[in-house]
Design a protein around this ligand. Structure first.
Ligand code: GLC
Length: 460
């Protein structure tokens, strides 16, 4: 059995029936604003998701007027994030907004995107319905700055939602509820010398665009979650009252839609459903509340033609295991090109990860973390599950090692079998009072690179 949520609405218990139990309670603050923890069960189990940053900024590919991000000759130009180009490379407002007349992704195929996600082993999908620039990828009644007014003229989200339903992926929307650079009262870049809208001005944006669009997204698409975005400097606009107003709106219109912690990063309260780490930041410990890390394949979220800092698929698999072994999820981003295609560098990495995961998926899905400390530099990650009354410990090894010592004393736990998941090759082991030692034949690493050892444990 995997971890169980016992109880009513108040107590979530993690991994109680496994060989290595983890216990803890999660207390919801205000029942009217909370969803019961069972509703986020799918999220806990999903482990791996696809994130998409796509919009008008994709047309600029990280460069404008002979300058490419990051560019220190601009006061705030030191960032790789191509989705911020309007502000960081100081594109004149009218010029940026005129990109609407160019957006025509003739190679966009929703089915293909979601198929890639599915084949990569991803179980959910998140897309920027509206990023900070304010441009909406769906047919919205509450702003003309949307995809229907481009030469393309078709609702992007509607197509993706259909594809997610077809392939059985959960789906949700990134929605920039705080910053909106197009709408007069939306929050501006949180930089020292940038004038922010007054409370009254922000309230107009809040009531006329932010809240109505969130409601509209729920009514039109019935999302499984919202990915709201703030990172700590939101306090003057996103007060606890506004945060709760938005939570209440989502709860009133959906009985399933999860909400992430970045709705108010510095003060999320206890009613959000999962914690959102900062970009490419990983938890160092197991957390009781579900969480995820949004991560880039290179350094930018939006498509950046000159960002050559691609991570290898094995590095990204290690990040995935780093998350999963601490009860978190890995939300891996792709920045599609403006024509609607995925960069080939991203596709190759996705497919490599998917190929490895298809052979080793039992160490990932429906697993729980293991409360045993392993040296973080060792490249070793532990997960566990119970199945048909048997307990399994999975040891996923990213760095070659000959004798792997794990601090698993005998106590009442007896190891009875160890083998490589991909090939069934037996692995010899010895168990003392203090530790379990696995002896790994070295030729495995040249053949399989990343290996998972499945260990059967009896709890006598
Ligand atoms: C940050 C950035 C943003 C990106 C997001 C993804 O909040 O502002 O560009 O969408 O992180 O995690």
């Amino acid at each position: 059995m995997k971890y169980k949520i016992i109880s009513s609405l108040f107590v979530g218990l993690l991994a109680m029936n496994n060989a290595f139990p983890i216990a803890g309670a999660e207390i919801a603050e205000n029942m009217e604003l909370s969803l019961p923890p069972e509703k986020s069960q799918w999220f806990r189990e999903a482990k791996f998701g696809m994130f998409i940053h796509w919009g008008l900024y994709s047309l600029l590919e990280g460069s404008y007027n002979g300058h490419t991000l990051p560019d220190a000759s601009f006061k705030y130009g030191r960032s790789w994030y191509a989705e911020w180009i309007w502000k960081r490379l100081e594109v004149p407002d009218e010029e940026y907004k005129a990109l609407v007349r160019q957006f025509n992704p003739v190679n966009f195929d929703a089915d293909e995107w979601i198929r890639e996600a599915k084949n990569a082993g991803m179980r959910y999908f998140a897309i920027t319905s509206k990023h900070h620039d304010g441009f909406a990828l769906w047919d919205t009644k509450f702003s003309d700055f949307n995809v229907m007014n481009t030469p393309y003229g078709k609702d992007i989200l509607a197509q993706l939602v259909n594809a997610c339903k077809k392939y059985g992926l959960k789906y949700g929307f990134y929605y920039s509820h705080w910053m909106d650079w197009e709408y007069p009262g939306g929050a501006r870049e949180d930089w020292q010398d940038v004038k922010q809208p007054s409370n009254e001005e922000f309230q107009v944006y809040w009531e006329k665009k932010s809240l109505p669009q969130v409601k509209e997204l729920i009514e039109k698409f019935d999302p499984d979650f919202f990915w709201f975005d703030t990172w700590g400097s939101e306090g003057i606009h996103i007060t606890p009252a506004r945060r709760d107003e938005l939570i209440r709106l989502v709860r009133a219109n959906s009985s399933k839609c999860l909400i992430n912690g970045r709705i108010a990063y510095s003060n999320p309260g206890n009613n959000v459903d999962f914690i959102e780490m900062l970009d490419n930041v990983y938890s160092k410990e197991i957390l009781l509340k579900p969480w995820q890390t949004p991560a880039t394949m290179n350094r930018s979220f939006g498509w950046h033609a000159n960002d050559f800092n691609w991570k290898s698929s094995s590095t990204m698999l290690e990040h995935l295991f780093n998350c999963v072994s601490k009860s978190g999820n890995y939300l891996l981003n792709i920045g599609p090109k403006a024509d609607g295609s995925f960069p080939v560098a991203a596709v190759r990495r996705l497919r490599e990860m998917g190929a490895w995961i298809s052979a080793n998926n039992e160490a990932i899905y429906e697993t729980s973390p293991v409360p045993i400390n392993v040296d973080p530099n060792q490249g070793v990650y532990l997960t566990q599950k119970s199945e048909n009354e048997k307990n399994y410990l999975y040891v996923t090894i990213f760095k070659p090692v000959e004798n792997l010592e794990l601090p698993i004393g005998k106590n009442s736990l007896r190891v009875i079998d160890a083998k490589v998941v991909e090939t069934n090759q037996p692995i010899s082991f010895s168990q003392s009072d203090n530790e379990l030692v696995l002896t790994i034949p070295q030729n495995i690493f040249s053949g399989c690179q990343i290996i998972v050892v499945k260990i059967e444990i009896h709890n006598s």
